[in-house]
Design a protein around this ligand. Structure first.
Ligand SMILES: [Zn+2]
Ligand SMILES: [Zn+2]
Length: 243
């Protein structure tokens, strides 16, 4: 209010038209146990579509020991605590009085399992899982939006307890474009006019995100409505469905 002067930002107009609060950026969602990776993309990538090859490392259950961590299928149960992780010691306090005390097992440190060194799986060194390198090709489809997610079901780490592979999710993060802004189904292009261009008509060539050249022009007098503002124009182009 009442700031006056130039520097009127056409994107403010667009914000008030579309009710954008601009607060969606900081929102991060966590869903279950999925592994979410941000994936930086250019606006051109979203407009034209692209694909990116990413190499990731994930842990999978050791094939040699089937996730046991040892060669034999004998029980892993700690002999010290019978797999409870706790030991009970009994103290005699008197002829008819005993005290029972529970403490973490000193042999397995409370993990409930011990692996005999001789029996330890040589492939995973008793870790039960091994690291696997995997190359994923992420297809960014034409018209995808900033923040949109691309899911690879079952491509994340394999859980030892359940043998269940979690999903890998890529969340698209669009880098700022120097000329275009994108919101929903529209692209916005801001162009500063000279003081002469605004009243007298103008034309300029706009290079679109796919390399096309568009001629943007006006006739003298077209911009009369804009003369109360600083001479900027805002071109609104469809983001999807370009014929
Ligand atoms: Zn134990
Ligand atoms: Zn193993």
């Amino acid at each position: 209010m009442g700031g006056g002067g130039g520097g009127h930002d056409p994107f403010d107009i667009f914000q008030s038209f579309f009710g954008g609060g601009g607060s969606s950026r900081g929102r991060r969602q966590r869903r279950g146990e999925d592994v979410i990776h941000p994936l930086k993309v250019y606006l051109e990538d979203l407009y034209n579509g692209t694909s990116k090859k990413l190499s990731l490392s994930r842990s999978i259950i050791c094939s040699k020991c089937a996730g046991l961590g040892q060669k034999s299928v004998a029980s892993l149960k700690c002999p010290g605590c019978q797999g409870s992780g706790m030991k009970v010691s009994i103290r005699h306090l008197g002829p008819s009085m005993i005290q029972q005390m529970q403490h973490p097992c000193n042999e397995c440190k409370g993990t409930e399992e011990t692996i005999n060194d001789k029996d330890r799986c040589t492939q995973c060194k008793g870790e039960k899982v091994v690291q696997e390198k995997k190359v994923l090709e992420v297809i960014v489809e034409k018209g995808m939006q900033n923040g949109q997610r691309i899911t690879f079901p079952g491509e994340a780490d394999e859980a030892v307890a359940t043998h269940h592979h979690r999903d890998i999710v890529f969340a698209l993060q669009q880098k700022e474009h120097p000329k275009f802004k994108h919101k929903g189904d529209y692209l916005f292009f801001e162009h500063n006019l000279s003081l002469v261009e605004a009243p007298c008509g103008f034309h300029f060539v706009l290079t679109h995100l796919d390399g096309r050249h568009l001629l943007i022009k006006s006739q003298p007098g077209d911009m009369d409505d804009w003369q109360t503002h600083s001479p900027q124009i805002l071109s609104i182009l469809p983001f999807l469905g370009v014929a």
